[in-house]
Design a binder for this molecule. Structure first.
Ligand SMILES: Cc1cc2nc3c(=O)[nH]c(=O)nc-3n(C[C@H](O)[C@H](O)[C@H](O)COP(=O)(O)OP(=O)(O)OC[C@H]3O[C@@H](n4cnc5c(N)ncnc54)[C@H](O)[C@@H]3O)c2cc1C
Length: 86
């Protein structure tokens, strides 16, 4: 250890934070959230970090691409389901 004895001194606040929370529920290729038995839960879709495909291993910069891809898939499937129910 070296004594810090010479001014000027500077300070910076360092706080712990989270960058990503990938994971949680599992989604399939159709962006449907699956139940614990692997069956789709009706009318429940996801995109982005909620149910992320990167849950097991985060790939740097992969999140935004996943948001766009699964956002589009989820929206198309949710709209198709709404149309067929109407
Ligand atoms: C500093 C930083 C740098 C990053 N850099 C990159 C990068 O270079 N490339 C990359 O691919 N990814 C990057 N990411 C990750 C990427 O930004 C995220 O993975 C992505 O934005 C997640 O999108 P999301 O829609 O899943 O969640 P979010 O963008 O977090 O959206 C969730 C939304 O839900 C809202 N919300 C939360 N709770 C409620 C509630 N109870 N009711 C209503 N609304 C609610 C929030 O306000 C928010 O608007 C970075 C993240 C950070 C923090």
């Amino acid at each position: 250890m070296t004594k810090v004895a010479t001014a000027p001194y500077y300070a910076m606040l360092c706080t712990p934070t989270l960058l990503n929370t990938d994971g949680g529920p599992v989604r399939d290729a159709q962006a449907r959230i699956l139940d614990p038995y692997g069956d789709p839960i009706p009318n429940l879709y996801s995109a982005g970090e909620f149910g992320s495909i990167w849950g097991a291993m985060y790939q740097g910069t992969g999140n935004i691409g996943e948001c766009c891809v699964f956002g589009r898939i989820a929206a198309r499937n949710a709209m198709a389901a709404a149309d067929s129910a109407a």
